[in-house]
Structure formats: structure tokens, C-alpha cells
Design a protein. Structure first.
Lengths: 270, 237
């Protein structure tokens, strides 16, 4: 008597055919999809809101690290914005890293290099090395390392003043043979129970100085007025040092250095 | 399920069912960052915050999500909250963020959080769930700080060094040097020290519990004899 329209009937039939399982799957995936949209949306919103602040914090942290090496009054330019990308086996860096050029009254006064000592006891040690235009070290700081707490971590200024022993040293002070820890007949102290770590740092600093000596002109003359270039020339004391002069330099020319040195590892265990 | 009282929740979170000392959940970050009080406090607060928010969030959606997909949905909430906390720490406590590193995103996988979400928050109203998150988070953070403080003290002879990472410049001189001219005890700072100190803390807690049970029994001599076995793994309620 009552005739059901064909289309309605078929859709009703379809509803019956869809098994319970796939219907709940559909519903569940919709719910999960909604969750994904809301959670990702929330995170994105917060990321937008904090992006500026995060960038500012990052820059502040970088600048604090740089200011530990170069006091604020020793330069008057925007240190973070005045950098050149450098890469060299002597620095141990695998990719180009910014070197920060400090200027005072328009003249380059110092360069802060980033270097990596690949031969730490537990892997690479990341260093910031400040070199003044005349080749003296302004300061060295360890940025990141995984050395043993209590032994190798004395390279941090917070743990020991050892890292300050580099200040005012230069490529010829001490002589190339003195750029080593005392155990290797050099001039720098090692720590009780840890020789490998300071050896790696001393080597990296020495190589960075060699790099600075070889590239002094390009570093100090980058994107500058003629005055700065002249200043760089004035500061140049002697021709470039040959890079493979010392043991450390020779080692640096091999790309990676190996850590194992059975004797000193036992030494550390004591 | 009947709602537990706030008092009951507090005792559970802080002592009786403490996530770190009794449930033994979330030990990876607990052992990983507890080498100093400031690291421990930073991660403890971050975890507590995620725990509170995730408990409230999960409780709010408990009627919407059915049992089949509840875990992925909860994990999504927890992961989003953790990412938010990570962004905020990056913005406001950048150096601490760098020190804690991988352990902040790993809060997502902390079993305490998913455990409370699925075991408690999904069955209670947002207020109670949030309160439970607060107390469970506090319980976790307190153990973390105790562990960090003890390891720092035994390892270096001082506690609360570098608190400025968390509280800004005013905290620069909060360091308490209890033993000056201390040679340092390396084992406490290295990872094995975390296991040893945590073991001692658990033993201390069990000893205190035992002490109180014995006292309770002494005052009621005719109480029925109970099993004296010390429970180290709790049930998630």
C-alpha cells in the first residue's frame, strides 16, 4: 500500500549493509582526526606566539657566551650580526660555522672562532675561541662536551679556572712544541686522572690559532671599509705560519682523530 | 566510580602511591636528570605541569572518546601539551631548556602521565582529575628534587648551584655550600649514583611505613595479623 521510493529504500539498505565495525572505524577516525586538528592547532598557535621570544632568548644566550670571551666594552658593533661563515679542517668543523668579528671604532679588534676538538674522551668538544687582532687569545670557553663529570669537565670555567690558562697566549707563546699538556712535555697542565680531555682542548686551540694566522687577512677584512683592511695589515707581524708545524697541526690534517690511547685511559681510571 | 576525597588523593600522590617511590614509573628522566637540584626541579615542574593539564584535558574529553581509540587520543593531548611546555621553556628559561635537552620531549613518554590519564582522569571529573595531577606531579617532583639534591650534595658538597637558570638573576647566590673544600664523590653524580640513591630513598620510605605499622599494631594488640610483606609496586587506581 505505502510505496517506498526506490532511492530512499536503497540508502536505507546501504546503511544496514555497512557493518558495525567499519561504521565505528569511521567514527573513531573522525574523532582522532578532530583531536589531531585541535592539538596541532594549539601547538602552532603557541609557536607563533613564542617564536619572537624564543629567537630573542637564543640570541641573548649566544651573546652571553660571546661576552664571556670579549668584554662588552672591547667592541662596539653588533657582534651577532657581524659574522662570516668559515670552515676549515684546522677548526674541526664539518660545516660552515659563523666566526664573529668584533670591531671597535670601525676597526676589527678580535675574532671569535668556533672550533671542535674531535678527540675528547667522550666525543667532540665544542669550543669558542676569541683571538685578538694581534694574535693573542682573548679567551676560550667550552660550549658543549660530554666529558666525565668530576674528571674531564674541569675544562668548564664553572668547575675549574684551567680554561683561562690560554688567555694572552699566542701562536709563538709558547713555541709550537709547548702547545701540549705537561705529560707530553708541553706547557699546559693536565688534570689529575684526565689527560685526554685537556690534550684535546690544547690541540684544538692551537689549531684554531694556526687557522687564524693563515686567514687573518680575510677574517679581519671581511665586508669592511678600507680603514679596517689597513689595520689588519698593520697588525700582521710575520708571514703565515706553516700549518703542519707541530704534532698537533700534523694531527689536525688528518680529518678525524681517534681517541684510543690505552695508556692514558688506564691513567684516567685511577 | 565513587570520587575519592581530596585528602585521600593527597596522601596517595605524595606518599602511599607515590609515582616515583611506589609505582616506580617514569624512572628514565628521574635517573637521567637528577644529578643536580636545579635540573631536577626544572624537569619536575615541567612534568607536574604536563600532568595537571593532561589530566584535566583527558577528563574533559572522557565522554567523547570511546575505549578503542582512547590511547592515541590521550597521547595526542599529552604530546601537544609537552610541546607547548617545551616551547615555553625555550622562550623563558632557555639555558635550562638546553641542559634538560631530550628529556623535555621525553615527558610525553613518561608512564606516570599516560598511567594517570588512562587510569584515573578518564574516570573522574576535571576538578578531581586536575587535583590528582597536581598531587601526583608534586609527588614525582619532590622525589626528583630530593634525588637531585642528595646526589649534588654527596657529589659536589653543595646544593642549589645554578638556580638562576630557573629563577633568573635573583637566584644567583642561592647555592648552599655545606662542605667547603670538598673533593667530590664522583659516583653520586654518575648514572649508577642515581640508582643507588633512589634505592636508598625507597628503602627509607618502606622503613618509615613499617615503623608506623608496627606502632599501630602495638597500640592495638588484638588487631588481626596481617601480611607484613612490603609492597613495592602499587596499583593504579
Amino acid at each position: 500500500m505505502a510505496t517506498v521510493r526506490p532511492s530512499a529504500a536503497s540508502s536505507w539498505a546501504n546503511d544496514m549493509i555497512i557493518p558495525e565495525l567499519s561504521r565505528s572505524m569511521l567514527k573513531n577516525s573522525l574523532v582522532l582526526g578532530l583531536f589531531a586538528i585541535f592539538t596541532v592547532g594549539g601547538v602552532t598557535l603557541l609557536q607563533q606566539l613564542t617564536a619572537e621570544r624564543i629567537q630573542a632568548s637564543e640570541r641573548a644566550a649566544q651573546l652571553r657566551a660571546l661576552n664571556q670571551i670579549l668584554p662588552k666594552d672591547s667592541y662596539d658593533n653588533q657582534l651577532l650580526d657581524s659574522s662570516v661563515e668559515v670552515q676549515d679542517p684546522l677548526l674541526g668543523t664539518r660545516q660552515a660555522m659563523p666566526a664573529y668579528i668584533a670591531r671597535k671604532n670601525g676597526q676589527p679588534s678580535a675574532v671569535i672562532l668556533q672550533a671542535i676538538a674531535p678527540d675528547g674522551y667522550s666525543g667532540a668538544i665544542h669550543l669558542l675561541i676569541g683571538v685578538q687582532a694581534d694574535g693573542r687569545i682573548a679567551g676560550v670557553r667550552v660550549v658543549a662536551h660530554r666529558e666525565t663529570p668530576g674528571l674531564g669537565d674541569k675544562i668548564e670555567l664553572a668547575k675549574s679556572p684551567w680554561i683561562r690558562s690560554f688567555e694572552n697566549r699566542s701562536l709563538n707563546n709558547p713555541e709550537a712544541s709547548g702547545w701540549a699538556v705537561k705529560k707530553d712535555r708541553g706547557e699546559f697542565d693536565q688534570f689529575a686522572g684526565a689527560t685526554i680531555t685537556p690534550r684535546a682542548v690544547v690541540g684544538a686551540v692551537h689549531r684554531a690559532l694556526q687557522y687564524f694566522e693563515a686567514h687573518k687577512q680575510e677574517l679581519l677584512a671581511t665586508d669592511t671599509a678600507p680603514i679596517a683592511a689597513e689595520a689588519a695589515l698593520e697588525n700582521e707581524v710575520e708571514p703565515d705560519e706553516v700549518t703542519t708545524h707541530s704534532r698537533a697541526g700534523a694531527a689536525a690534517t688528518r680529518d678525524t682523530l681517534r681517541i684510543n690511547d690505552p695508556q692514558t685511559e688506564q691513567d684516567r681510571g685511577q | 566510580m565513587s570520587n575519592p576525597s581530596y585528602r585521600e588523593l593527597s596522601i596517595n600522590g605524595l606518599w602511599k602511591n607515590n609515582p616515583a617511590l611506589v609505582q616506580l614509573l617514569g624512572l628514565c628522566p628521574l635517573l637521567g636528570v637528577s644529578n643536580s637540584a636545579v635540573n631536577a626541579l626544572g624537569l619536575g615542574l615541567a612534568t607536574a605541569l604536563v600532568l595537571i593539564c593532561s589530566n584535566v584535558g583527558v577528563s574533559l574529553v572522557r565522554g567523547v572518546v570511546n575505549t578503542a581509540v582512547r590511547l592515541p587520543a590521550f597521547v595526542m593531548i599529552i604530546a601537544a601539551l609537552t610541546t607547548c611546555i617545551e616551547l615555553l621553556m625555550q622562550a623563558y628559561t632557555y639555558e635550562l631548556y638546553q641542559i634538560l635537552g631530550i628529556f623535555i620531549p621525553l615527558i610525553t613518554t613518561n608512564c606516570v602521565i599516560l598511567g594517570r590519564a588512562d587510569g584515573f582522569a578518564a574516570k573522574h571529573n576535571p576538578l578531581i582529575a586536575g587535583f590528582d595531577g597536581l598531587l601526583m606531579g608534586l609527588g614525582f617532583a619532590l622525589v626528583l628534587v630530593a634525588l637531585g639534591g642528595l646526589r649534588e650534595l654527596v657529589g659536589t658538597g653543595a646544593v642549589f648551584a645554578n638556580m638562576q637558570l630557573l629563577f633568573g638573576p635573583i637566584a644567583a647566590d642561592w647555592q648552599l655550600t655545606l662542605i667547603s673544600d670538598y673533593k667530590g664523590f664522583l659516583l653520586a653524580i654518575l648514572p649508577p649514583g642515581a640508582f643507588i640513591v633512589l634505592g636508598l630513598l625507597i628503602a627509607l620510605k618502606n622503613r618509615i611505613d613499617e615503623h608506623f605499622t608496627e606502632r599501630a599494631r602495638a597500640t592495638q594488640p588484638d588487631a588481626p595479623v596481617q601480611s607484613r610483606r612490603v609492597r613495592v609496586t602499587g596499583v593504579i587506581e
